[in-house]
Design a protein around this ligand. Structure first.
Ligand code: GDP
Length: 290
């Protein structure tokens, strides 16, 4: 059964429905309130929470549970379907030659995610390369090099260059033996114009198959503006949520997915290159509601 791993408060409310085959309006209202509470405390955008809970409430009231389905399972199924509808399946990433561009603010976890994703592709039998174009953050070259080394994947960067676009161009040439090129970019503390200009130029040179926005699980309401800006400038195909080993639940990613009409590609669950998972809706939804 999906959503086994629910938070105690929501589970408590649902457990009160055990044995019931029909739900009253009060039952549904109580569940919807509990779901709203869970989603808001997981940093899901307020308007999204309202939209979701309206849909859940309307469907629970209108639809007839299939014969023999306990009310509790019926409501859980609706909650799950509505969330899956919003989040979708994992971003499609074919196991073949491709270029992936990473975007995001400084500290979101781009460099770590580049190495993690490269490691993940290497476990699928492909030959990945990480290209580090971040000339802004001191130590970015060494950090990416060290992590690519730990992931045992090809690496290109140039600590003596201040031209990220040229590094991207050269990096793709120099790593032509690799099948999967993961291009890491500089972040800034905020969405400044020069950051957007730079990533647009890198995108022009790298011509990525997929552009992913890397978001810290704790991002919360700030996700909307970032997602919108990066989507307008380079087009976002998917989201990577990092630091899910912490307490944050990553609800901001839903806002980003909704804003960019995309999906979630990977989850980061620690500081090591192996701490990465391909997104799958079940576990993530349980966590959001937990
Ligand atoms: P960037 O500026 O976007 O390239 O971010 P970094 O990749 O340098 O990551 C910033 C910090 O977050 C580093 O200290 C990373 O070790 C840490 N970090 C990145 N991803 C994760 C994760 O999934 N879990 C944890 N606990 N830390 C992470």
């Amino acid at each position: 059964m999906v959503l086994d791993d629910l938070g105690s408060s929501l589970r408590g409310t649902l457990d009160k429905l055990r044995g019931k085959s029909r739900l009253s309006e009060e039952d549904i209202e109580e569940i919807v309130k509990e779901i709203q509470r869970s989603l808001l405390s997981a940093d899901v955008d307020v308007s999204l929470v309202m939209e979701l809970s309206d849909n859940i409430e309307a469907r629970s009231l209108e639809e007839e549970p299939p014969a023999g389905t306990p009310a509790r399972d019926f409501v859980l199924r609706i909650v799950y379907e509505e969330l899956v509808d919003l989040i979708g399946e994992s971003t499609e990433l074919p196991l073949e030659e491709q270029t992936i561009l990473l975007a995001g603010l400084q500290g979101s976890g781009k460099t770590t995610s580049a190495a993690k994703m490269a490691w993940w592709f290497s476990t699928k039998g492909l030959r990945p390369a990480v290209i580090q174009t971040d000339t802004f953050r001191p130590g970015a070259y060494e950090q990416a090099q060290e992590m690519a080394g730990r992931a045992e994947v090809d690496y290109y960067g140039n600590p003596d260059s201040e031209d990220p676009v040229e590094i991207a161009r050269k990096g793709l040439e120099e790593t032509s033996e690799a099948d999967v090129h993961i291009v890491d970019t500089a972040g800034r503390h905020a969405l400044e114009d020069d950051l957007i200009d730079e990533i647009e130029q890198i995108e022009g040179v790298a011509d990525p198959d997929t552009s992913l926005l890397v978001l810290d699980a704790a991002i919360g309401q700030g996700a909307k503006e970032q997602a919108q800006q990066f989507d307008e400038s380079i087009g976002i195909d998917g989201v990577v949520i990092t630091k899910l080993d912490g307490t944050a639940k990553g609800g901001g990613a839903l806002t980003a997915v909704d804003q960019t009409d995309s999906s979630i590609a990977f989850l980061g669950t620690g500081e090591e290159v192996q701490d990465v998972e391909r997104f799958e809706p079940d576990g993530f939804i349980s966590r959001l509601l937990g």
